[in-house]
Design a protein around this ligand. Structure first.
Ligand code: MLC
Ligand code: AMP
Length: 477
């Protein structure tokens, strides 16, 4: 064990965090962490308490997320765009003692019953005890399943440290690297890899609250940088780069271009390689396991590989009965290692369904491995899980939200291939009176979340059903 973020113990004057025109040195960040711990202690939170962080895009939010983790609280990141239903669920399920927000007024009416505190704006000079890489929870990250409301995955500090150190070895990631990204701060990719990863290495993070190709590319050119993005962002960068040399130069200047959270289409990979002479490297993970496999920096890899297991992570492929498949055959990917989560909050049933007594976690992803251990993802067991823009969305959540609209009588939701989003959310609905598509899209955005809104709505007279009355999605037009 050691400190989760050693850079805060021996803080110096190097800039570790940049957002827009604002920057913080390690010393200034350390002082803010101390002030944060005092603020929480004065408001009824103790180490180990669940503390919500409203992830509005600002440097104060980054500080709150770091300070909360660094000083011993369990962070429940909350997407500020969540609709009423999901917010209510998270508040009831995780029961945060308090929630920290950069802009308190924007939150107060939305989070009924949870006290909201303004994120600290200045530092304190005394000391606190820094969070160690122990096995107690560090994060509760909400993730969608095929049905029902999102589940809170409990991740320990030791899992986060183990995984980040494994990725550091895979990518020769050091304190000399600046991570550049424009990912949201309430999921593994932007929060654990992007924010905590940069800080654990002791390097810097240059975070962009919005995905802006030209600004991002300029940042990549400014320092020894590593870029983290979802495939949709690489797709949009490659499109924009075709007519903007600044973007080409930026991508070319980066030390590493890393993609994850969904499959990177070969077409976009080829386009970026043709423009910049660089190949994007992929890594594969889940909220429940953090990152399991990663292409090694500077090593050759076959097309479509999401890399070899991170050091210390075991990977096996299994059949429907969870028995290992023959070498070279396709199977469900199961993983085991210190990276695997502690379980879902308040959901022992759901935990038991994915985690066996020997510590194997069954991912639901279908893959193959080659003789060198390179993993390729070839599909997913559940067709009712959709990956749209790198966000996981359960078809059932969207259907449930649609059915709460007074004019919707029946709804079926599927993911359809999309060159930009990977998969787009497509809804088929039977309504009792005419209604605009936009009305239904806005309805889902407001109730669940904007990224769960259908991008296409088809109005049908009835849904195809089998003899038992169950909707047969494969027969949808
Ligand atoms: C649009 N908007 C609406 C709306 N329609 N708001 C309310 N109601 C409506 N009807 C808003 C959106 O919220 C957004 O706001 C803006 O309008 C633009 O929306 P958009 O055009 O639809 O955005 P989109 O093009 O879909 O965004 C693409 C994207 C995004 C790539 C930027 O999908 C993204 O950030 N993806 C990252 C997902 C991610 O981090 N996944 C990691 C999961 S962890 P605004 O204000 O935002 O502009 C994981 C593990 C692992 O998977 O391996 O990493
Ligand atoms: P989430 O639950 O949002 O953490 O999403 C996890 C899922 O994202 C995995 O189960 C995979 O289906 C998908 N995923 C993550 N990284 C990759 C990748 N590099 N290639 C393909 N799919 C990926």
């Amino acid at each position: 064990m050691g400190a989760l973020f050693p850079v805060l113990e021996a803080a110096d004057d190097r800039v570790v965090l940049r957002v827009g025109a604002e920057a913080l040195t390690a010393k200034a960040l350390r002082a803010r962490c101390v002030a944060h711990a005092h603020l929480l202690a004065a408001n009824g939170a103790a180490p180990g308490s669940h503390v919500g962080v409203w992830t509005q895009p600002s440097i104060d939010t980054c500080v709150a997320l770091i300070a909360n983790a660094a000083t011993g609280f369990v962070t429940v990141p909350i997407d500020p765009k969540l609709g009423a239903r999901e917010l209510g669920h998270i508040a009831n399920d995780a029961k945060p003692v308090v929630t920290i927000a950069a802009d308190v007024d924007a939150v107060k009416e939305k989070l009924a019953g949870v006290p909201v505190l303004r994120a600290v704006q200045s530092g304190a000079e005394d000391s606190v005890s820094w969070r160690q890489t122990d096995s107690a929870p560090l994060l509760v990250l909400y993730t969608s399943g095929t049905t029902g409301l999102p589940k809170g995955a409990l991740l320990s500090a030791s899992a986060v440290a183990f995984d980040l150190d494994g990725l550091a070895a895979a990518w020769a990631w050091t304190r000399e690297d600046t991570i550049v990204h424009a990912l949201p701060l309430f999921h593994v990719h932007g929060l654990v890899l992007g924010l905590f990863g940069a800080l654990r290495r002791g390097g810097a993070l240059h975070w962009f609250p919005k995905f802006e190709p030209v600004a991002l590319a300029s940042a990549l050119g400014a320092r020894r940088s590593v870029f983290f993005a979802v495939p949709t962002m690489y797709h949009r960068l490659s499109e924009a780069a075709a007519s903007d040399q600044t973007i080409v130069e930026g991508l070319r200047a980066a030390r590493l271009l890393v993609s994850g959270s969904a499959a990177l289409p070969q077409r976009d990979q080829a386009r970026i390689e043709q423009l910049t002479g660089k190949r994007v490297i992929e890594r594969y993970g889940l909220t429940e396991t953090l990152i399991n496999t990663a292409v090694r920096a500077g090593s050759p890899f076959p097309p479509g590989s999401v890399g070899q297991p991170v050091d210390g992570v075991e990977v096996k492929l299994v059949d429907d009965a969870r028995a290992p498949v023959a070498a070279g055959a396709m199977g469900e990917i199961a993983v085991r290692g210190p990276n695997v989560f502690l379980g879902y909050l308040n959901r022992p049933d759901a935990t038991a369904a994915v985690l066996d007594a020997d510590g194997w976690f069954f991912t639901g992803d279908l893959g193959t491995t080659d003789a060198d251990g390179h993993v390729r993802i070839v599909g997913r067991r559940a067709t009712d899980l959709i990956k749209c823009g790198g966000y996981k969305v359960g078809a059932g959540e969207v259907e449930a939200a649609l059915l709460e609209h007074p004019l919707v009588r029946e709804a079926a939701v599927v993911g359809r291939p999309d060159p930009d989003l990977g998969e787009r959310i497509v809804a088929f609905v039977v309504t009792s009176a005419p209604v605009e598509s936009k009305t239904l899209e806005d309805h889902v955005a407001a109730l669940a979340s904007p990224h769960k809104r259908p991008r296409e709505v088809h109005f049908v007279a009835e849904l195809p059903r089998n003899a038992m009355g169950k909707v047969v999605k494969s027969r949808l037009p």
